[in-house]
Ligand binder design. Structure first.
Ligand SMILES: Nc1ncnc2c1ncn2[C@@H]1O[C@H](COP(=O)(O)OP(=O)(O)OP(=O)(O)O)[C@@H](O)[C@H]1O
Ligand SMILES: [Mg+2]
Length: 324
């Protein structure tokens, strides 16, 4: 049995991790059992430490309408005229973003440094640094902006942040198990026991070419940049989110790691789930082929097209996009 008590958020790790970490002092108690190490639960005490042709449009176009073999597309995320400011300073970063992501679609957002890409994704997951001043966001027909960050995770939103943080004192295995069971609880399903979860998680670890020992290490503690990124994708694979937001999942990865991560992401795609990835690199688009590419500038989406739009802009020397 797992008992959780929480109380503040550490913003720069995956949404799942943030939900888990909400509020110090945070404690997770896992009852002892006879399961062999390294999967023996232990008492934990946490300290929060269809393709489209390229089209050029302006003023945050909406997208969507990709044909579905089983009927009309089902809207997963709908963002309308979203404006947001930095809470502390009141500075407006998002100036009216419009975006529709249907089930089964892969979208990429590209653009120059500081154009608002990460801010947009953080606002979607409810990062406390930002305040929405106008607009709406619905996810699976529900008002996302009304939900706490952990509720957003429980309803199927996953975010991998640009810089995942470490969680001292919590093993990857225990963390994944708790996040997995929290999601099951939300779906009205009973929790799984550690042994059953072990057989569920190990093939996912293998698919990512990760050493199984990573399950017993503390979340991201001492992980290299590439290992952290793989670990984020492992969380995504375990949680089976409907919408995965991947902010610069390619940063710091060598070619092999990038291929493993891309293969894992592609392997997770079903007709019902979607990916929103943020990247500067055409190379990632070769591995995870998006249906739509959006260009963000100064807090709005100024152009939408497909991969050919990104290639065209790169050729023209557009600063936010590189080959690799
Ligand atoms: N919490 C914050 N405090 C102060 N400024 C912020 C904060 N969050 C975002 N900004 C500012 O908002 C702008 C947009 O930042 P954001 O991180 O969204 O850019 P980005 O498009 O993701 O850039 P990059 O490609 O470099 O990752 C930047 O000028 C950034 O400094
Ligand atoms: Mg960013």
């Amino acid at each position: 049995m797992t008992l959780l008590t929480h109380s503040s958020a550490s913003p720069s790790t995956s949404l799942a991790a943030r939900s888990f970490l909400r509020a110090p002092p945070f404690r997770a108690h896992v009852a002892p059992s006879t399961i062999p190490s390294p999967f023996r639960p232990r008492l934990l005490r946490l300290r929060a430490s269809p393709r489209v042709k390229a089209t050029l449009t302006v003023d945050s176009p909406t997208t969507g309408g990709a044909s579905s073999p089983n009927g009309p597309p089902i809207v997963l995320l709908e963002v309308k005229d979203l404006k947001a400011v930095i809470k502390e300073s009141g500075q407006e970063i998002l100036r009216g973003v419009n975006l529709i992501i249907n089930e089964g679609e892969i979208h990429a957002i590209m653009g120059k440094n500081g154009s608002g890409k990460s801010t947009f994704s953080k606002v979607l997951v409810g990062h406390p640094d930002y305040e929405v001043t106008e607009g709406s966001v619905s996810f699976k027909g529900q008002n996302l902006l009304d939900m706490e960050p952990e509720e957003r995770s429980h309803v199927g939103l996953f975010m991998s942040f640009q810089s995942p943080v470490e969680i001292p004192g919590v093993s990857n295995f225990d963390f994944l198990l708790m996040a997995f069971n929290a999601r099951r609880r939300n779906k009205g399903l009973p929790p799984v026991e550690p042994l059953e979860f072990y057989s569920l998680v190990t093939p996912k670890v293998a698919a990512l070419n990760m050493n199984p020992k990573f399950l017993d290490r503390n979340v991201n503690e001492g992980f290299s940049g590439g290992e952290k990124k793989r670990n984020e994708i492992l969380q995504l694979a375990v949680l089976e989110a409907e919408l995965a937001i991947l902010d610069e999942i390619d940063s710091g990865l060598d070619v092999d790691a990038l291929q493993d991560v891309a293969k894992a992401v592609n392997g997770l795609l079903t007709p019902n789930n979607s990916v929103l990835m943020i990247t500067h690199y055409l190379r990632l688009l070769e591995y995870i082929n998006p249906n739509y590419v959006h260009i963000m500038e100064d807090g709005i989406i100024i152009k939408t097209g497909d991969v050919s739009l990104a290639k065209q802009l790169e050729k023209e020397g557009y600063r936010g996009i590189s080959v690799s």
